[in-house]
Design a protein around this ligand. Sequence first.
Ligand code: KG4
Ligand code: ZN
Length: 335
Amino acid sequence: MGDRLILGIETSCDETACAVVRGTDVLSSVLASQTDMHARFGGVVPEVAARAHIEAIRPMVHMALRKAGVHSDEIDAIAATQGPGLVGSLMVGFSFAKALAWGLGAPFIGIDHMEGHLFAPRLENPDYHPPAVILLASGGHSQLVHMKDWGDYEILGGTIDDAAGEAFDKLARFMGLGYPGGPAIDTTSDGGDPKSIRFPRALPDRPFDFSFSGLKTSVVNHLQKAKAAEELPPIADVAASVQEAIVDVLVTKTFNAVNETGVKVVAAGGGVLANRRLRVALEERAADAGVELCVPSPALCTDNGAMIAAAADFRLDNGATSSWYDDVDPGLRLG
Ligand code: KG4
Ligand code: ZN
């Protein structure tokens, strides 16, 4: 890991996030969230997101530098998310980072957003090292990755339809819990009985793959029948049961991968890892299996600039930089 001071910029979706990182020291990590802007639409509106990034990017970069107590001249490299994500959102952070790097004469590097999530545990967990199995679960992606070495990824499986976060968001919308759905279901589950309704766990025969669209249908059918019978269950019980169904599948498949690969380190990242029940369930399974679990604190699980800087540090150590001609890639895929 380098001793360089890196400015990391993340604008792939609806957070304008910037951080200054040196090695594993996060000197500052700030973000402007657009959640309130998108809430009334029930999801992220790409054009609204891009415009909001344009307004927020300069103040956020300034705030990150000020909080870190660093002048822009001292920055050794600038990193920005290159993809995957929303094209208009990505372009704002990527172009800003490129222009700033050009102006400062600093190296510039584009980073895969999912590799950012993969590197986030490195900022807080000294025991995080390959070989490891990593569960990545966010609003746009759900994957199980076997990291054989730093930067050497085998994708073991992933979702065949909705991402885990997307499932939380869609189910919360149907249940009238608002947006974003993950945190809404997480808090609504408090005091609910997770065993009260047994929703289906999909794809039992595909050990590393996920599917969440059937769960959505099952919840809709269950609630419509209950409503017709005028026997609607308490919302906390429904939320806890929905959460349990998603968590159970994520944890089971993660540990299928641990058994298959024989690794002794499990890590996880992405916004869904902010879920309290998922964090506890992973801890329990890791303790049973006797493996090291590396899950960053919730603020480093959801989108942030520090993870982009952490991945950039690794890439720069290996001599990689981006060309001034490189562009964003909304369809970028890990590995
Ligand atoms: O990684 P992330 O911040 O952005 C993407 O790259 O997509 O993940 C956002 C997703 C959303 O779907 C959101 O509902 C979910 O993470 N999420 C949660 C929780 N906090 C955020 N899901 C479940 N429980 C939470 N507490
Ligand atoms: Zn993300």
